[in-house]
Write a protein that binds this ligand. Structure first.
Ligand SMILES: *Cc1c(COP(=O)(O)O)cnc(C)c1O
Length: 339
């Protein structure tokens, strides 16, 4: 492998040595296959290509001060991929196959796990696709499961800084009884145009409102939304948001810190009452939000110092990162250690 400049890594694809695959055919999953190929040969009529039978996951492995590698909550990613698979009629990947593939993909690419000091991590991308041919709309009879890895840089190169998000009723991410709660590629295709408009306007993301009434806060683009109000951690209850494992973990840590948890619908107007707001997900853990602009109504909501993350966001962020890198005790049994 060529030398990687860990300090210069961003969130983009870098080739590693191996990826692992398993194929579902005739009612069973194949033995895990290890390959150096980055290419995929599939039937041109595969259901993933035409009808979007595709789901994915995202998780990370971290190298600690002790040199050990820790994978964060992969059993939860396994469960969520099964849920996504069931939601779009794909063959679910058994938990044992999932975790074995994730561990194997990391073990085969140990040289690509960034050193502790870099603040970078190894991003793990499992994906499941319908790979058998269909011309009519119906689920594939064959599936391909792949896990590849790629090193990614620290999300906050210039420090843990708040970003700006925008609200517009011209964009919806997912319908109330649609697929918003599944981690499927189709949701991302549906949000790309809005995402580009947000980025072009200087925003990190669109903050979506519920698509039925446009009254409640739903999802912060590819991340969950949460707010801090006094001693409360508040996060939306909605059937169209993706159940974030980071959010689930932050809820637990917030509870451990003595915060009160509220999972409920959040009216847009409540933004003016919050002390801190943030988006959370595997990529950034927490991305603090300093300003939200409702561009249809020309209203701006701001939160604390626009250049500095709030105290509760900072505490939660440090605690979760500490557990992931092994600096803090793993009291909830969230990490799998690879020697
Ligand atoms: C993956 C994802 C998240 C974050 O989930 P994590 O498990 O915390 O990484 C949030 N929202 C959407 C739409 C996602 O696809």
């Amino acid at each position: 492998m060529s030398k990687i400049d860990w300090a210069k890594l961003s969130f983009s694809y870098i080739k590693t040595d191996y990826n692992v695959r398993s194929y579902y055919k005739d009612g069973q999953w194949s033995e895990l296959e290890e390959t150096t190929s980055e290419a995929l040969t599939i039937h041109m009529a595969a259901t993933c290509v035409h009808y979007g039978q595709e789901a994915f996951e995202g998780l990370k492995a971290f190298k600690g001060k002790d040199g050990k590698i820790r994978i964060f909550r992969m059993d939860e990613n396994a469960k969520r991929l099964q849920n996504s698979a069931n939601g779009i009629l794909m063959q679910p990947v058994p938990t044992e196959l999932f975790t074995k593939a994730v561990v194997r993909a990391v073990e085969l690419n140990l040289d690509y796990v960034p050193p502790y000091e870099s603040g970078a991590a190894l991003y793990i991308r499992p994906l499941l696709i319908g790979s058998g041919p269909k011309v009519g709309v119906s689920p594939s009879e064959e599936y391909t499961f792949i896990v590849f890895v790629t090193p990614v840089g620290p999300y906050f190169k210039e420090g843990f800084k708040p970003t700006k998000q925008m609200i517009s009723r011209n964009f919806d991410r997912a319908a109330p009884h649609g697929t918003g709660h599944l981690k499927v590629g189709g949701n991302y295709a549906a949000s790309m145009r809005a995402g580009k408009i947000a980025h072009d306007g200087g925003y990190s993301s669109v903050l979506y409102l519920d698509s039925k009434e446009h009254k409640y806060i739903d999802e912060a683009g590819p991340a969950n939304f949460f707010a801090i109000k006094g001693n409360k951690y508040i996060t939306p209850l909605s059937e169209s948001i993706l159940p974030s494992i980071t959010n689930m973990s932050l809820i637990q840590l917030a509870e451990d810190m003595g915060l009160e948890i509220e999972r409920r619908r959040i009216l847009l107007e409540e933004l003016s009452e919050f002390d801190e707001v943030g988006a959370c997900g595997t990529a950034a853990v927490i991305s603090p939000i300093g300003e939200i602009d409702d561009i249809d109504k020309n209203i701006s909501y701001t939160f604390g110092d626009p250049n500095v993350a709030g105290p509760t966001c900072t505490k939660l962020y440090n605690k979760l990162r500490g557990i992931q890198y092994g600096d803090e005790p793993d009291t909830h049994g969230w990490v799998t250690i690879i020697e």
